[in-house]
Design a protein around this ligand. Structure first.
Ligand code: ZN
Length: 152
């Protein structure tokens, strides 16, 4: 880790840094995690230089650690993201995100006639393509693609 990077990470006393968010997806990540309603400090940056990806986005959230359901959501919109957990200014955990095989109660089905859009039935999908993100609905078998994904 270079000095500059260490500094920007250690500015957080406790919380999570979501690093390596693909360019243009910072606000989407904020949205799916409902961070606009969060009371503590949040910093975010876009168009930051990244050795690995050219440009990237980053979000730092104070006093917040994410659950696996939330991490799955992050993976769907920012599959290259790295999560860095900070406690007492120290990095205690660093992990990538992985798109799960099954996606439950996170994304909406594209089919307006699907039972999940008409009754109180939580959505459930099988991820049939992780690279381009294609979700096959467990109920109606319609495919929801990345560009059409909206979140519950
Ligand atoms: Zn469906």
């Amino acid at each position: 880790m270079d000095k500059k990077r260490e500094l920007s990470v250690s500015a957080l006393e406790n919380g999570t840094v979501i690093d390596h968010i693909p360019q243009g997806h910072v606000l989407q990540v904020m949205n799916i995690l409902s961070l606009e309603n969060f009371d503590d400090q949040i910093y975010f940056g876009a168009n930051l230089d990244s050795k690995k990806y050219g440009k990237k986005g980053l979000i730092k959230v104070s006093n917040r650690f994410f659950e696996s359901n939330e991490i799955n959501k992050i993976a769907l919109v920012a599959p290259t993201a790295t999560l860095i957990e900070i406690r007492d200014f120290e990095v205690v955990k660093k992990s990538g995100v992985t798109i799960p095989d099954e996606v439950k109660d996170i994304a909406k089905c594209i089919n307006p006639k699907c039972i999940t859009n008409n009754e109180y039935v939580p959505t459930s999908f099988t991820v049939i393509d992780k690279e381009y993100l294609k979700l096959k609905c467990h109920y109606c078998e319609k495919i929801t693609k990345k560009e059409n994904v909206t979140f519950v």
